[in-house]
Design a protein around this ligand. Structure first.
Ligand code: HAM
Length: 417
């Protein structure tokens, strides 16, 4: 029969790689609890409308990358391509605004985008991210960015750089967009077909296009940074001062607009110099209209998300050391039940233990123990059973001792100190 393979752009995460994932997830949890973020878990699919309204109908993500399907009742559902809209939806629906304080959330989980797969880009990928609601001062933006940067530093990631920008607000952006449209129309002949369409619908997105003609043309376009209203200008100044206070190095990239429509004011990205084309490790920004646009209170928000596959590609740390394992070798049914009693004692005392129930000969069981990297092989043979003893072989030192079954746990504890 023909083999069934995993869908393109998805990956199985198996041992020992899965140990690196667990380590990263634990680090996220431990790190963000220092800043009073609490974990939130939202469904992996939502009503399609949430993303259309939240992320923006004219974005690449919504137009080209969503996994949208109809369920059996004819509802349009979408596998979440990102989690910000979902977290906002969950906060509105659960009325978390009155319950959780501070309104700081983090999440870890898979996202789905019909992207062209390549190294660092997948169709099912994983993000960890944070969202903060209500706190609207630029100093908070600086803290969010500082924490993201500090997290990458705690992972010992090298060669990373931070770019920031302000993408304005509903007061200053409309006027700027008109100026941008005028400039883009003048260069229409140099733009790709896609971008020509965007001139009238969503000209900001032209800055994201990777086509050489569009890149060249957009270099001459006016930028939002020089069209900000007073409030946005003040916020941007506050952000830069905040980053200085936290001692974070940054550059301002006036052409960074981010690929999702909900952003207002602060936008930021951290890239890696070591990842090639898919070099964005994380990205985020402020979204002061999204909560209201999705039917919630008039409340600000800010957050970011990091690509976990990309972080792990960047991390050269070996898988964390395995805990010391006891391999229990036994043969007859009687020896097996003794081994089970001993193993129970070990598990209940917190040790890692594996019982070989196969009744294979001892030589084979030793080979298995070796392959598993066990620290100790415990032999529960005929003689040991008769004497209430166990023979312990230290696999690294290749030493063997016989001790009483009662003393085993104590002995191992002493040894592992
Ligand atoms: P985003 O820039 O679309 O933002 O994605 C954030 C990160 O997810 C990227 O920097 C990248 O590391 C990773 N990523 C995106 N697409 C893929 C892919 N196909 N394969 C692997 N990794 C990928 C957001 O998703 C926003 N929700 C971030 C945010 C939170 N803004 C405010 N709050």
């Amino acid at each position: 029969m023909s083999q069934i393979t995993a869908p393109r752009g998805t990956r199985d995460i198996v041992y020992p790689e899965v140990a690196r994932w667990q380590m990263l997830e634990e680090k996220v949890r431990a790190f963000y609890s220092r800043f009073l973020y609490r974990e939130i878990r939202t469904p992996m699919f939502e009503r399609s409308e949430l993303f259309q309204r939240g992320i923006g109908d004219a974005t690449e993500v919504v137009q080209k990358e969503m996994y949208t399907f109809e369920d059996k009742a004819g509802r349009s559902l979408t596998l979440r391509p990102e989690n910000t809209a979902s977290v906002v939806r969950a906060a509105i629906e659960g009325n978390l605004f009155d319950v959780v304080f501070p309104l700081r959330f983090f999440y870890i989980g898979p996202m789905f985008r019909y992207d062209k797969p390549q190294k660092g880009r997948y169709r099912q990928f994983h993000q960890f991210g944070v969202e903060v609601f209500r706190e609207d001062k630029p100093e908070l933006d600086a803290e969010v960015i500082y924490a993201a940067y500090a997290f990458l530093q705690e992972l010992h990631l090298r060669d990373i750089s931070l770019e920031i920008n302000s993408v304005g607000c509903e007061k200053c952006r409309p006027e700027y967009l008109e100026t941008l449209k005028l400039a883009a129309r003048k260069r229409e002949a140099d733009l790709c077909e896609d971008c020509r369409r965007k001139v009238d619908t969503n000209p900001l997105r032209i800055f994201d296009c990777k086509q050489p003609g569009c890149r060249e043309a957009s270099r001459g376009f006016p930028t939002i940074t020089s069209h900000l209203c007073d409030d946005c200008t003040e916020h941007f100044i506050g952000l830069k001062a905040g980053l200085d206070a936290y001692d974070v190095n940054f550059t301002v990239n006036e052409r960074m607009v981010r690929g999702l429509d909900y952003y207002t004011r602060t936008a930021f990205e951290i890239t890696s110099g070591q990842l090639g084309a898919q070099n964005a490790l994380l990205g985020g920004g402020r979204y002061n209209r999204l909560i209201r646009d999705l039917g919630g209170p008039d409340m600000s928000g800010i957050g970011f998300a990091a690509g976990m596959e990309r972080l792990l590609l960047h991390l050269d740390s070996p898988p964390p050391r395995e805990p010391r394992l006891c391999f229990l070798a036994c043969q007859s049914a009687e020896q097996r039940s003794l081994a089970m009693r001993v193993a129970r004692g070990l598990w209940e005392s917190g040790f890692h233990a594996y019982v070989d129930y196969s009744a294979a000969n001892l030589k084979k069981q030793f080979r298995r123990s070796d392959r598993m990297g066990a620290a100790y092989t415990l032999i529960l043979g005929e003689e040991e059973s008769a004497r209430g003893a166990v023979t312990v072989k230290d696999m690294e030192r290749q030493e063997q001792v016989r001790i009483s079954q009662q003393e085993l746990v104590q002995w191992l504890k002493q040894r592992d100190k």
